[in-house]
Design a protein around this ligand. Structure first.
Ligand code: ASP
Ligand code: MG
Length: 455
């Protein structure tokens, strides 16, 4: 049994869903459970309609709902074959309910998180129905499961926390047996409280749903189908021509995501990885490519570095204590200020009297600076970038830092950090030096490739 998750772009249109159908067909023997996001940008549009309604702009809200009704009918009915009349009825029923809800919100003039979830959930409720009709029309025995009956959560609407024991029990009871003989299709992102009130797991939550479903049914594998070939040795926006990394550990993937590889946030697949279920990143536009396999432990690799990840548009804040004596409590005071302004710090280096740290969100920097100035000098450097070498073997291989510094000898390195896990080595350099630095590092660490790990 496997879980196959398709994101919004993979199910955005009739053509996209046709592609998904043929991919799933190839895996039919492996008993797939298919988890889908809402079609295209549906979730954004639903929430926009909710906000318009609550702001009293009833007509604008209803116009958005109408557009969504139109696009779901157009793409959906074209896929449903002889069952089109049934799907038509389902879609219209959902939209009639949505019309009523939107009208109600415009009368009440306010939007609770609970109502937001009720509205946002319609995207996945509909996309999963459309996809299940498409599968059936293509000759696959298919069963639609309402995800809200099996993903059980608390009532923190818009950020609901999964009740794992109840959810896993429901998945064992209601999904696993069905998946033995039919392709199960369900929506990601949505769940419900034990009282049956609709919740959502937070924006982008479908990957998380897929991991939960996989963990709950003890799947052999979880496939996350996106629009990239997988994780690469270098960020393609900065250096095209990197190599695909065929396998990577969960810890390595986490470091890469943190520093910019936007493929998948590894924390979302933790429930699966903890149960030792491999997670694959695959490209629905190029299904023949093997993608990237994320597992708890890294496969042996002859290259010490697996990937160079980067983060652009970073600001360095240098803080120097003006009171040399009684310096204890210095870091605590600094971090309390960052905490109060909800500003997270990416990289940090300290000496006896000074601290440098990097931020990517500078919204509150002026206020932070004012407060820190009361006990320290502050300088700020903008237009910086973080470059990070990631690989489990970095800790076992002497001389990696030396090789990296040699390569960057003509560049001004502003900060250096080696993560506690010792599987990353990061530098801060000027953003204008980023692309030449990445190319040079790539040449140094990837001129020979372990064919077992790199494509
Ligand atoms: N449709 C939801 C969102 O846009 C969940 C997802 O796509 O993962 O946030
Ligand atoms: Mg999405």
């Amino acid at each position: 049994m496997i879980v196959m998750k398709f994101g919004g772009t993979s199910v955005e249109s009739r053509d996209a869903i046709t592609r998904v159908t043929s991919i799933v067909k190839k895996y039919e023997e492996r008993r797939p459970i298919v988890v889908v996001s809402a079609m295209g940008k549906t979730t954004n549009k639903l929430l926009a309609a909710a906000h318009e309604a609550a702001a009293g702009r009833r007509d604008q809200a209803l116009t958005i709902v109408d557009e969504l009704r139109g696009s779901h009918l157009t793409h959906g009915l074209a896929l449903a074959g002889p069952a089109a009349a049934d799907l038509d009825r389902f879609i219209r029923t959902h939209f009639e309910w949505l019309d009523e809800l939107v009208k109600g919100l415009s009368v009440v003039g306010e939007l609770s998180d609970r109502s937001k979830d009720a509205i946002a959930s319609v995207g996945e409720r509909l996309s999963s129905l459309v996809v299940s009709f498409a599968f059936r029309a293509a000759g696959m025995p298919t069963q639609h499961v309402d995800a809200r009956r099996v993903i059980l959560t608390d009532d923190r609407f818009t950020q609901a926390q999964v009740l794992f024991d109840e959810t896993y029990a429901a998945l064992q009871e209601r999904v696993r047996p069905v998946a033995e003989h039919s392709v199960v299709v369900m929506g990601g992102f949505i769940g419900s409280t034990k009282d049956g009130i609709t919740t959502t797991l937070g924006r982008g939550g479908s990957d998380y749903s897929a991991a939960i479903v996989g963990a709950g049914v003890n799947a052999e594998e979880i496939q996350i189908w996106t629009d990239v070939d997988g994780m690469l040795t270098a960020d393609p926006r900065i250096m095209p021509g990197g190599h695909r990394v065929k396998s990577i550990s969960f810890a390595e993937a986490a470091e890469m995501a943190f520093f910019g590889a936007k493929v998948l946030h590894p924390a979302t697949v933790l429930p699966a990885v903890e149960k030792n279920i491999p997670v694959l990143i695959l490209n629905s536009k190029r299904p023949e490519v093997d993608g990237t396999r994320i597992t708890l432990d890294a496969a042996p690799c002859a290259n010490p570095v697996k990937s160079i990840s980067c983060k652009r548009d970073i600001t360095i804040v240098n803080i120097r204590s003006t009171r040399m004596l009684m310096a204890h409590g210095f870091l605590r005071r600094i971090f309390e200020i960052f905490d109060r302004y909800e500003t997270s710090v990416d990289m940090l280096s300290t000496s006896e009297v000074s601290v440098s740290l990097t931020l990517d969100n500078t919204e509150n920097l002026n206020s932070i600076r004012e407060e820190v100035r009361q006990f320290a000098e502050v300088t700020v450097e903008e237009k910086q970038a973080i470059v990070c070498l990631v690989g489990e073997n970095i800790r076992h291989t002497p001389g990696i830092a030396g090789r990296a510094f040699q390569v960057l000898a003509d560049k001004n390195i502003r900060m250096i950090s080696q993560g506690a896990s010792l599987l990353n080595l990061g530098f801060v350099i000027a953003d204008k030096d980023l692309s030449s630095a990445v190319s040079a590092l790539h040449k140094e660490f990837f001129s020979t490739l372990d064919p077992a790990v790199f494509a």
